[in-house]
Design a protein around this ligand. Sequence first.
Ligand code: HEC
Length: 96
Amino acid sequence: MRRGQWPLAALAAAVALAAAAQDAARGQRVYETQCGGCHYERVHQRERSRSTVKSQAELRVEVARWAAQVQQRPFTLEDLDDIAAYLNETHYRFPR
Ligand code: HEC
């Protein structure tokens, strides 16, 4: 093994994990303040066959579609990515 290979790989993994966790946590806050008014998270726990969302890509599209209905504030692309990450981690669990 070449010197220095492991620490770098470990660091990259740690950064990737931290980024994913942080995004989802941020997505949760945005979701709870902006989207919770209409539906509880139960809507994301429907049977797979009844869900409108069948993949991570569709989830992202659906999040953007709903965000467009919420007029209180404009959503940034980061908001949409974070909400989709949060919902996927907690409910849908699609492979990325
Ligand atoms: C105006 C009320 C309302 C608001 C605000 C709202 N939703 Fe929804 N949402 C609904 C309803 C009603 C459904 C179920 C529609 C159906 O039966 O297909 C739904 C369904 C969804 C679904 C699909 C669930 C599934 O698995 O089929 C997603 C994803 C979703 N909403 C995300 C969001 C996000 C993200 C926000 C905030 C940006 C949001 N919604 C805000 C009313 C709302």
